[in-house]
Ligand binder design. Structure first.
Ligand SMILES: [Ca+2]
Length: 237
């Protein structure tokens, strides 16, 4: 083709140009997207590389396309409220207990002619293990806090606290017994111990390294025994 400029005064100027008409194809989906999961009360973010997901068949425009996320069939396009950011190929959010569910998303590639190519995937917000009130994963040993009636030891919520620990109701945790006690119901070594550790003396519900005043430690049975007046006398003989 050519265009001519002729103002009848100056010499005629002619410019040649060509128009290349190419067929516009929609973006090609390069792969399926895996289903995703996130844990309740844990921030999540997933990064997507649009060039690894879509291909623009037009050679000259191969980098020119957009990608975004939306809930399946949402019009206008939207995402659940717990998704805080979904631009630049990152899906970022935080689901609460109310959001425990599976959500169907669409990853949408849009070419320069606004053609859409859609890849569907699921995002599931998963709950903690049933004994945990907070966690970082769904397993029994990924707990941060326990529900009432269960007690945290390490990252597990137990029905009972094991020997050497006692259940602290206020925090739902197993707490270590005082060092003199093997079996205890609390942190006071003079009133919360039912069994003493080896080498410590027992008196009522207490375990002692040295028996309290008026008592002596019997190394035969490891009980604190009341000092009698006779033994006091014997000591002074
Ligand atoms: Ca295209």
């Amino acid at each position: 083709m050519s265009v001519k400029l002729d103002d009848t005064i100056t010499p005629i100027v002619s410019l040649d140009f060509t128009i290349k008409v190419i067929w516009n194809w929609p973006l090609v989906a390069l792969k399926e997207l895996p289903n995703l999961y996130a844990i309740v009360d844990n921030k999540f973010w997933f990064d997507f590389d649009k060039y690894a997901i879509f291909k623009n068949p037009e050679e000259d425009l191969k980098d020119e396309f957009q990608m975004y996320f939306r809930s399946k069939d949402s019009k206008p396009p939207t995402v659940p409220y717990f998704i805080k950011n979904y631009t630049n190929g990152t899906l970022y959010g935080l689901g609460s207990n109310a959001d425990i569910n599976t959500f169907v998303f669409e990853c949408v590639g849009v070419d320069d002619a606004k053609w859409e190519t859609v890849i569907e995937f699921q995002l599931t917000i998963k709950p903690c293990y049933y004994k945990c009130s907070a966690c970082w994963n769904t397993d029994y040993n990924t707990c941060l806090y326990c529900r009432k009636g269960f007690y945290l030891l390490g990252s597990e919520c137990n029905d009972f606290c094991p020997t050497g620990t006692f259940a602290l109701e206020e925090t739902s945790k197993c707490s270590t017994c005082p060092k003199t006690c093997k079996v205890c119901a609390g942190k006071d070594p003079t009133s919360n111990c039912s069994v003493c550790n080896t080498g410590y003396f027992k008196l009522n519900m207490g375990c002692y390294e040295v028996c309290p005043d008026g008592f002596w430690g019997d190394a035969q049975d490891f009980f604190c025994k009341r000092k009698s007046s006779t033994s006091l006398i014997l000591m002074f003989l």
